[in-house]
Design a protein around this ligand. Structure first.
Ligand code: DOR
Ligand code: ZN
Length: 345
């Protein structure tokens, strides 16, 4: 049995680092395991300008533990009024790594999101021309579409025509949860990739209702049926360069989760690599973890691979029930469970 694995330093291609005291409490978890991360812009107010992204990047850097070697890659939140010139300037200046498309009201802090993708024609033309990736929360928001079908319907109604109309646009379908998404991405050209979270590899929708309602297993897109989990897992461990690590770690304080209307989001940053390693080991392809975690993402984004390595040791690791500092208390993914691996550095 493998006793330890060492891989090139990985990156997280989708994370929510928040702001203020929450940022201060949680940024270190991501910086400990990952060299870089694509930071989501769904703050209040959202990050829509180059100046706002630079200021947010400075706050992230200030919140890191002393000596952390971590580069936040900033994203621009697309609104109906998104300005192609501002987006192009931010990309050319190396401030914006990508733009994030939230359909309006799809998820946390998405009220300023896009109401109709046709409003983005000029922005998408610019992004296609300059090679800037579009990161998509792929769910329709129509209330008459069943929540478990919203990702598949998004592919049919929005993504398929989008890829047809912008054939050279780089697109990352974020946090895929369905067989339909895995198949769509696998069958598309090399300009289409996808991120995959630990939770969507590990839980199916039963986890949300396991003996009672389980707010800490609730995120968006919501976990689906077992057959979808298996399809997403197959994609992740396939070795295909189209699929890469993106935790979607999304902390909310305990009170915001354990509520009559609990927030969506799973906080998986503290044990993210341990989670993924467990999955790749179960599938018998630990040797493919490095591609998924450390190579496919940078290659898709056209960024250099990281120097240096990290090591995971086979060692039972007990996940605490709650983490945080000061007033911030967040329940991590796998709370109370024992994992098989430990990130050692
Ligand atoms: O579960 C989620 N939480 N999904 C999202 O798309 C947003 C995120 C958040 O910001 O909390
Ligand atoms: Zn997210």
């Amino acid at each position: 049995m493998t006793a330890q694995i060492t891989i090139r330093r990985p990156d997280d291609w989708h994370v929510h680092l928040r702001d203020g005291t929450m940022l201060e409490a949680i940024a270190g978890y991501t910086a400990r395991q990952f060299a870089r991360a694509i930071v989501m812009p769904n703050l209040t107010p959202p990050v829509v300008s180059v100046a706002a992204a630079e200021a947010y990047r400075d706050r992230i850097l200030a919140a890191l533990p002393q000596g952390a070697d971590f580069t936040p890659l900033m994203t621009c939140y697309l609104t109906d009024g998104a300005d192609p010139a501002e987006i192009e300037r931010g990309f050319e200046q190396g401030v914006f790594a990508a733009c994030k498309l939230y359909p309006a009201h799809a998820t946390t802090n998405s009220a300023h999101g896009v109401t109709d993708i046709r409003k983005l024609t000029a922005v998408l033309e610019t992004m296609q021309r300059i090679g800037m990736p579009l990161l998509i929360h792929g769910e329709v928001t129509d209330r008459d579409i069943d929540i478990f079908d919203r990702e598949a319907v998004f592919i049919e109604r929005i993504l398929t025509p989008l890829v047809r109309d912008f054939p050279a646009l780089k697109i990352v379908l974020e946090h895929i949860t369905t067989a339909e998404s895995a198949e769509f991405v696998a069958d598309s050209g090399p300009q289409i990739g996808a991120t995959i979270t630990p939770q969507h590899l590990i839980i199916n929708r039963n986890a949300i209702f396991d003996g009672g309602i389980r707010p800490h297993a609730y995120c968006l897109p919501v976990a689906k049926r077992e057959r979808h989990r298996l399809a997403v897992r197959k994609a992740a461990v396939s070795g295909s360069p189209k699929f890469f690590l993106g935790t979607d770690s999304a902390p909310h304080g305990v009170d915001r989760k354990e509520s009559a209307c609990g927030c969506a989001g799973i906080f998986n940053a503290p044990f993210a690599l341990e989670s993924y390693a467990q999955v790749f080991e179960e599938e018998g392809v630990l040797d493919r973890l490095e591609g998924f975690a450390s190579e496919h993402g940078p290659n898709f984004y056209g960024l250099p691979l990281n120097e240096g390595t990290v090591t995971l040791q086979r060692e039972e690791t007990i996940v605490p029930d709650v983490v945080g500092q000061g007033d911030i208390r967040v329940v991590p993914f796998h709370a109370g469970e024992t994992l098989r691996w430990r990130f050692v550095d």
